[in-house]
Design a protein around this ligand. Structure first.
Ligand code: S3P
Length: 447
């Protein structure tokens, strides 16, 4: 395997996959530990956080806002310890005219907008070409109704996003229009300065790291779960956020690539150590089990407010399944690699209601369909549904494009492990967004 810069990687099949790996710290939890650490006056340590470009974008924006963030030591396997010293929300400052560059990171942009909505600052948030195509109306609407001033390009639909904060906001009772942890979190972070209780309702439970972290830092937060999987999260405003150390578990979304590689490979046994298995994030494990994957979870002591486990995968006889909108919401970042699992499985997989995939770092629905077809897999897209006819042992090596999307680059790398002939990935350097050592880790499993 050769990998290079922003450029090309060539991945070839390996006769056996064996080994134990630690993946980078969870990206979603790292963003939150940095942002919530910045809201708390004083010192917080973030141990084992992600050193990917996305989390570094969050750290750089916070530094521009006057938060001191120090990197402690090396970053083995994309995990880094950081010390945060913050003046607290009221002490955040910004040089006039300075743009907050969120890079490729939708989480940085949307969560930071929630933080800034509750300050007396005026800020402009921007990012790369991919981020400039991603929807922001979904946060503008609720944050405006709380009293903050927000506007964006093209009739308030896409970044750059301007935020004119207020140090006191109105509480709201808001039902999200799409299942989105970013929208929910932006509202909850703004709600910390609301004069009363804010409630966010969602029809499907999305990742709850913000709720857990705020709760463990002394904020009064209540979660009510309905019978159909819907949730209501209420947070009380005007409560201080305590500075606190956080230990970040491994990123299950990063682990998913190796888990599918192991399950689909004919001779594999791979363990991912210390990975987060939060119930709102673990859908990928449950979906892989439904597909027949041989997965074994060993529970570890919780990492702060987050459950963790060692997860072992062995070669499996995968079969196609039907996935609906709830599955898509629960495994939103893992759908690309689950599509590859489907391509390597016996029978048909149908994924329904994958609309949100079109609004990620790339149009992942379109990108997956093109790439899978090039790998020789019969695939059909109809509206926002995807049908994949699996071909166990039938992928053929080819040239694939990452389209500037880290999760497509990693999906195609796993395809390269299974497809005879060599798979060439252009734009492979995008893996640095979430997993800087990805190709080295993949190489380590070859034996
Ligand atoms: C994230 C939420 C999800 C996910 C993204 C990270 C988060 O986005 O796709 O990678 O950390 O809150 P949406 O909230 O837009 O679904």
């Amino acid at each position: 395997m050769e990998a290079g810069g922003g450029g090309r990687a060539v991945v070839r099949p390996s006769p056996r996959l064996r080994g134990r790996l630690r993946v980078p710290g969870d990206k979603s939890i790292t963003h939150r530990a940095l942002l919530i650490g910045a809201l708390a006056e004083g010192q917080s340590l973030v141990e084992g956080g992600s050193d990917g470009l996305d989390c570094n974008s969050t750290a750089a924006c916070l530094t521009a806002l006057g938060v001191r963030i120090e990197r402690l030591g090396e970053a083995p396997g994309g995990r880094i310890d950081r010390r945060i010293r913050s003046p607290g929300r009221a002490g955040l400052r910004l040089e006039p005219g300075q743009i907050l560059d969120c890079g490729n990171s939708g989480t940085t942009l949307r969560l930071l907008a929630g933080v800034l909505a509750g300050t007396s600052l005026q800020a402009l948030l921007d990012g790369d070409a991919s981020l400039r195509r991603r929807p922001v109306a979904r946060i503008i609407e609720p944050l405006r109704s709380m009293g903050a001033g927000l506007s964006a390009r093209e009739a308030d639909t896409v970044p750059p996003l301007s935020v004119h904060g207020r140090s006191r906001l109105r509480p709201i009772d808001y039902t999200t229009r799409v299942p989105s942890a970013q929208v929910k979190s932006a509202i909850l972070l703004a709600a910390l300065v609301a004069e009363g209780t804010t409630t966010v309702r969602e029809s499907v439970a999305t990742r709850d790291h913000t709720e857990r972290m705020l709760g463990s830092r002394g904020v009064r937060i209540e979660v009510r779960q309905g019978n159909e999987g819907e949730r209501a999260v209420s947070v009380e405003g005007m409560m201080p956020v305590r500075a606190m150390d956080e230990r970040v578990p491994g990123d299950l979304s990063a682990a998913a690539f190796f888990l599918v590689a192991g399950a689909a490979h004919p001779d594999a046994e791979v363990t991912i150590e210390g990975v987060g298995v939060n119930p709102t994030r673990r859908a990928v494990l449950d979906i892989l089990r439904r597909m027949g994957a041989d997965l074994d979870e060993r529970t570890l002591p919780a990492q702060g407010a987050e459950p963790a486990a060692n997860v072992t995968v062995r070669s499996s006889d995968l079969r196609g399944i039907d996935l609906g909108p709830r599955d898509v919401a629960g495994a939103i970042d893992e759908i690309p690699i689950l599509c590859l699992a489907a391509a390597a499985a016996r029978g048909r997989t149908v994924i329904r209601g994958a609309t949100e995939l079109r609004h990620k770092e790339s149009d992942r629905l379109g990108g997956m369909a093109v790439g899978l077809a090039a790998l020789g897999v019969p695939v059909e897209v109809e509206g926002d549904d995807l049908t994949i006819d699996g071909r166990p042992g039938g992928l053929v090596g080819t040239d694939l494009k990452a389209l500037g999307d880290h999760r497509l680059a990693m999906t195609w790398a796993v395809a390269g492990l299974l497809a005879p002939g060599g798979t060439v990935i252009s734009g492979a350097g995008s893996v640095d967004v979430s997993h800087p050592g990805f190709f080295a880790d993949l190489e380590r499993l070859h034996s």
